[in-house]
Design a protein around this ligand. Structure first.
Ligand code: CIR
Length: 257
């Protein structure tokens, strides 16, 4: 169960962030309204949410998931792979140290939290354009010290591992077609996002409820077979910047006492 989350409000420079999308630039007011709805949704699921102010000079800083990997025992502050985002990690030291002892990914390692998927005591670590082998190794070693097992997966398409692969409960992975049948997820049931709905692979399981982006009815119908409650949120202004539901928060379980 998650008890806390950390999120960060997008700043006025949000539309100047990194993106590969050909969609129009995001509308900041709408992005703020969508962020507010996201935070309210997490609160409705029982989480206390630390909402950090914008980080001037870091237009992608609202994608706070990329700055850390948090387990019950430790928060690992990342070293984001995009040079324009590396300074975001320092700004997370204080907010995270209120919740956990800290560890850090260090040079030459790079790592974005969007490449890290946790399923109980097991981690899937994506090596992508943002997370390098060294960063993956450093994280796996830190996590192994706390009893977590890691599989390293190469991410060939999409920005991050979790753009294509997410755990949706009931021993099931929601995947894009390129991850269907991947050996690393053998033993899990798989739901494959229908063609044209790949963005919906970034669905977030919080305390037994699936939070999915609105506008993906065929994926929703497949997820309904799991029998879990489903909340839908409009993330249109985050999609324009290659972001989605997982990236907008760090979710924290109760710490080890
Ligand atoms: C970036 O390119 O870094 C941001 N515009 C989007 C980051 C999305 N983060 C995530 O999926 N975890």
């Amino acid at each position: 169960m998650f008890s806390h989350a950390i999120a960060r409000i997008p700043g006025p420079d949000y539309p100047q962030g990194l993106t590969t999308s050909t969609l129009p630039a995001p509308d900041l007011d709408l992005a703020l309204a969508q962020h507010d709805a996201y935070v309210r949704c997490l609160k409705s699921l029982g989480l206390t949410v630390d909402v950090l102010p914008p980080a001037p000079g870091f237009p992608d800083a609202c994608f706070v998931e990329d700055t850390a990997v948090v387990v019950r025992e430790v928060a690992v502050v990342s070293r984001p792979g995009a040079p324009s985002r590396q300074g975001e990690a320092d700004s997370m030291v204080e907010p995270l140290s209120a919740h956990r002892p800290l560890a850090r990914i260090t040079d030459p390692g790079t790592l974005d939290g969007g490449d890290i998927l946790q399923v109980d005591k097991r981690f899937f670590i994506g090596v992508s354009d943002r997370t390098n082998e060294e960063g993956a190794r450093q994280l796996a070693a830190i996590l192994a010290g706390h009893g977590y097992q890691s599989d390293i997966i190469h991410v060939a398409a999409g920005l991050h591992l979790k753009s294509s692969l997410n755990y949706v409960g009931e021993n099931t992975m929601l995947v894009t077609a390129d991850f269907a049948g991947h050996p690393a997820i053998k033993g899990f049931r798989q739901i494959v996002c229908p063609e044209g709905e790949e963005y919906a692979a970034n669905t977030l399981l919080v305390n037994g409820t699936l939070i999915m982006p609105s506008g993906y009815p065929r994926t929703r119908a497949l997820l309904e077979t799991l029998g879990l409650p489903i909340a839908q949120l409009d993330t249109s202004e985050y999609r324009k910047m290659d972001g989605g539901l997982t990236c907008l928060s760090l979710r924290l379980e109760s710490p080890v006492s």
